[in-house]
Design a protein around this ligand. Structure first.
Ligand code: BG6
Length: 509
């Protein structure tokens, strides 16, 4: 187990939603799990004029996200936690001199013995990253001579390849790459990490993990919710930037990558970058037309309840063409994956919340027991990222009785069956990693840039008004023509809420 040294976590944007919703609950879980070092404090910083006490009330005592714990636990136990939290008002602007902030950090550091080890967590718009990094540097807060300094930045990491490069160069002026932690909460999910273990800690999967045995791979990421209160942000972003460029390409890289030499952060990330660089970038109009489908949800009724269409959502342009559904087919130009199609789709307002990877194996080269329905009868390995996390293998068994009729059977493993399964929340796990200086589950600059290099031409193509945005009723599996991306008789597998549900699920009434 790695050691967690005494330290201070300084959160920029501390009065925002992420701090109350994710960060403080994750730190509370670390406190409960006794993972915090002996000396640990949090200093929230943002532009609200509030006191330490008001901050503690907001993010702990009166927070809806900790309400269960606060009501269950003894007051003393909760107070001991909230006493670790402090707040500093930065004034009107993040881009100001940090002398006062620096003084506060230094006082707290002396009083609580945090050994000059600081993590700066930027939960602010990316446009502020460089200015904050510069001001920290000017105030001497990036200097590592007396203790380490790390910076965590949130997504979106750029808006395009060019802006991502600018952000990287901006941050790297003031922090070394090894001090920079780019958070992608999907990498904090147990099941995403388990992709590495499934592949590289077993001898039964890896020999089949290539073009000789795999027919195609699909990844579905579906959410039941629409854009909720984030219409303003989402309308400028869309599904490709919001989910595909980051979370889904991270999953792709773990499926595509070669075995790393060992499990260190650099070796794993080297292989991931190589994987991302081997995705065939689609540049010509014909490939982009044939291999991409863009959709947007329209109003409908789900379980008798009216659901707004995307264009009616707050903050969204009434004639917006931003995609809430994206399906992309692509190939990987390397020895292992030549000619094997990958299909990835992501969307809001779908029938169920699910993220899964489906590896479809080729049918036996010589068919002894001839099956008619090849698409449904192939061997599949389904890796369920969420919910009902687990792994399912679909394989053929003999139907009892005369003759040799073959039926599909399921072999499944569910995480919930592990007795000792205290699954850490993604933010909890990632924060603890950064506190211990382990960047394995954080994205490196070159990874982020390789992902943008693949996504950029699709975004440019989709920005053209002549490219169709297909409507789909909220609560359905997206525009029908997305299935036409798949070669042969295959279509996307539409999974249910549980791992072992048969596909084809749709909840709309
Ligand atoms: C975020 C996106 O990064 O991930 C959201 O900005 C999306 O739009 C969310 O809803 C999905 O995360 P999860 O963990 O619920 O699958």
């Amino acid at each position: 187990m790695n050691k967690t040294e005494n330290q201070m976590l300084i959160i920029f944007g501390a009065s925002g939603d992420l701090t109350a919703r994710k960060l403080i609950p994750a730190i509370y879980d670390l406190y409960k799990g006794k993972h915090l070092p002996e000396n640990f404090i949090v200093l929230g910083a943002s532009r609200s004029n509030i006191t330490d006490k008001e901050f503690r009330n907001k993010v702990v005592h009166e927070s809806a996200f900790l309400a269960d714990d606060v009501s269950k636990e003894e007051n003393n136990y909760i107070n001991e936690f909230s006493d670790k939290l402090f707040y500093e008002d930065l004034g009107d602007d993040y881009d100001t001199d940090y002398d006062r902030l620096s003084k506060r950090i230094s006082d707290l550091n002396s009083k609580y013995n945090t050994n000059n080890n600081y993590i700066f967590y930027l939960s602010t718009p990316p446009s502020l990253y460089e200015a904050i990094a510069k001001n920290l540097c000017d105030a001497g807060l990036t200097d590592e001579s007396d203790g380490w300094k790390r910076i965590i930045v949130e997504k979106p990491f750029g808006y395009s390849l060019e802006t991502a490069k600018d952000l990287n160069t901006g941050l790297q002026k003031y922090f070394k790459e090894k001090q920079i932690y780019r958070i992608d909460h999907y990498l904090g999910k147990e099941t995403v990490q388990n992709l590495l273990v499934t592949r590289f800690a077993n001898s039964i999967f890896e020999p089949l993990w290539n073009r000789n045995y795999i027919h195609h791979i699909e990844i579905t990421n579906a959410e039941t919710v629409g854009v909720e209160k984030r219409g303003g942000y989402y309308d400028k972003s869309g599904a490709l930037r919001d989910m595909f460029q980051s979370h889904l390409l991270q999953i792709v890289s773990l499926i595509v990558m070669e075995p790393p030499i060992n499990s260190t952060a650099e070796e794993i990330r080297n292989e991931k970058v190589k994987a991302l660089k081997s995705l065939r970038i689609m540049r010509d109009e014909e490939s982009l037309y044939t291999n991409t489908v863009k959709g947007q949800y329209v109003a409908s009724k789900i379980d008798g309840k009216e659901v707004k269409g995307y264009r009616e959502e707050d903050g969204v342009n009434a004639d917006s063409r931003t995609e809430t559904f994206a399906a992309i087919k692509f190939f990987v130009d390397n020895w292992r994956w030549k000619d094997i199609p990958f299909y990835v789709r992501t969307a809001k307002c779908m029938p169920t919340k699910v993220t899964e990877v489906v590896i479809h194996f080729k049918t036996p080269h010589h068919q002894v027991y001839k099956d008619q329905d090849i698409a449904n009868m192939d061997n599949k390995l389904i890796i369920r990222i969420q919910p009902d996390e687990g792994i399912l293998v679909k394989f053929g068994v003999k139907v009892p009785g005369q003759g040799f009729k073959v039926e599909r059977a399921n072999l499944d493993f569910q995480y919930s069956s592990l007795v000792d399964s205290n699954i850490m929340d993604a933010y909890e796990r990632l924060l603890l990693d950064a506190m211990q200086g382990d960047a394995t589950l954080y994205a490196r600059a070159d990874e982020v840039e390789a992902a943008w290099a693949f996504v950029d031409p699709i975004l440019d193509y989709w920005a053209d008004k002549n490219v169709k945005t297909y409507g789909y009723s909220a609560g359905t599996w997206g525009p029908e023509n997305a299935d036409q991306l798949l070669e042969g008789d295959h279509g996307f597998r539409n999974p249910g809420p549980r791992l072992t549900d048969e596909s084809g699920f749709c909840e709309i009434n």
